[in-house]
Design a protein around this ligand. Sequence first.
Ligand code: GLC
Length: 748
Amino acid sequence: MKARNLMFCAALATLSLASCTNKEIYKDVEARVDSLLSKMTLDEKLGQMNQLSPWNFDELAEKVRKGEVGSILNYTDPELVNKIQKVAVEESRLGIPLIVARDVIHGYKTIFPIPLGQAATFNPEIVERGARVAALEATSDGIRWTFAPMIDISRDARWGRIAESCGEDPYLTSVMGAAMVKGFQGDSLDNPTSMVACAKHFVAYGAAEGGQDYNSTFVPERTLRNVYLPPFKAAAEAGCATFMTSFNDNDGVPGTANRFVLKDILRDEWKFDGMVVTDWNSAGEMISHGFCTDGKDAAEKSVNAGVDMDMVSETFIKNLKLSVDEGKVSMQAIDNAVRNILRLKFRMGLFEHPYVDVPSVPVKYAETHLQAAKEAAEQSVILMKNDSRTLPFTDKMRTLLVTGPMADAPYEQLGTWIFDGEQEHTQTPLKAIKEMYGDKVNVVYEPGLGYSRDKSLNGIAKAVNAARRADAVVVLVGEEAVLSGEGHSLANLELQGAQRQLVKALAATGKPLVTIVMAGRPLVIAEEAEASDALLYSFHPGTMGGPAIADILFGKVNPSAKTPLTFPRMSGQVPVYYAHNNTGRPAKPDEMLIDDIPVGAGQTSVGGRSFYLDAGAKPLYPFGYGLSYTSFEYSDLKLSSDTFGPEDEITATVELRNAGRYDGTEVVQLYVQDKVGSVTRPVKELKAFRRIFLKAGESTAVSFTLPVSELAFWGYDMRYKVEPGDFKLWVGTNSAEGLSADFAVSVR
Ligand code: GLC
């Protein structure tokens, strides 16, 4: 396993040098772009900058015939795709093919866990595989561009789109985003199964104030550079061919007109030569932002800021000809945008093979795809609690009650951002447990509640009665798919409806209670966790979530997932994340909490440090947390030195032992703290992780090699560098615990 990981890392490193838009193999593209551009009229250039989500084929065909469309989204019928492509190629004056796009976020037909669940695997290889499966299935319908990966750092679980993210950490998100880019795009953009990736939403959309979607963000440049931009830089280095602007205004500037990020950073600093598309009507929305007076103003500000293509607002095609005539947008700006679009089309090989060849053997739901989805789901389910070895179930169990609104919810289990997945293919936990283990155990089913928001208590009594006749209970609660995703923010993160009452009523029977939460975000489940003997957390696991959960419950699979974000104890704690600053008054481990405060307590007798009187300073579960059926012991952390120069590499080695009874995989994590900086630094930051498989009783040495250069950050002078000084390093099982060692970086 270790060797494979290292090989993967090497492959990723090689890729970042070669990248999918390798300059060498595309050298003739520039000549072809220049040649075609020189033949284009201004109208045709503006046509390439126009992306439509069409309703009426004939109306679309007329526009395409006139060269007024460069791309379409939301066509998924390969016959229709070829039909409209034929109009573009054979009936328009220059025959420029369209790029056909769709939101293929975590699977096309075979649905994988939502990205948050994929991040919980801490396994970039399995994430890359999922993206490759999505590309194989989607390109078979003619979709050659997806609007993914979404790599917005998300630290506020009230924000519904946290479901679509890879969580709170820039390093984990960078690794996962790059893996998705590699999986979607494959080895070369001109392969017909390559689906162009799109790094979104550029930038800081996840910092929406109050976790309210589309809300303003206020992220200063230094935090942009240290927290929100790194995953996008990693995606660009992995060869991501397109970027999408974000809806939010950051410090008053909407993402779609933010020249600083779109030009100064993306183009000038990162040398990105791909294509930038707006979000859905995000150009037009700058009018309601109060940033633009009308569509023409919006088009001018977008293009002058560095946007190449307009998604569905039609402000570009309707206004920019006049803007160019007036000199408000230069022809050079138009040519730059069209050059980026044409370059992408040439790199995709669209001029050579514009049509989709529908595979003779259907690829959708292929057995290998379903198996990949099951493996991803298995590695995405987090074991949060397992008192008295409640799990895995043993053959002593005769009758098992399966209950709860998420036990048999094939549509809800797929999660958010599913346009093409089909619930008929979903294997739910109830179905899987019956089919896979029904010969070993008598499975009884009582829904308990009709759906996650169901407030009716009528079904609880039946569930409780059934529990009394069972040897153990599995209750599946959580969120319907619609409660997370775009435009679905929540102010209260506790379980909806009467779910808490159901869990507590089942707990009161005294039967071993396994609670499984299926949701699109980290919910506030402190009371349910307390009431349960075992707790599993499954971020909407997709098509194969049922078989994955069944194999985990019965011990065929040992959980290995870790939390990709921090779980709040109370809704009021968010935003909450591990890589926070220490503040001048950090909380002590044993702060007095609200119920312990004496009546009449003096004003200064309690508090005075950074924590909540009613929630404390600790979350319910920290970042990187997850249990196993076995137990892993860490010992003997050694560093290659205690002092390093800026060009050195730090080698950290730890002894890891599987001290339990089950074979298992541990995600070993390495964190570093820069104790003093020219600006305040996080109390720790994830710098590396690796999945290590050990048989029961086995031990191994786990070594990380961390270049000192990885400790660089944007400091007070806004320069990216490593600052000499004292550091602390941890290697451990999550962000809240581990073996530590101090070291220094000196200026050599
Ligand atoms: C949406 C989303 C974006 C998506 C686009 C196209 O509003 O913000 O992520 O890719 O529209 O569907």
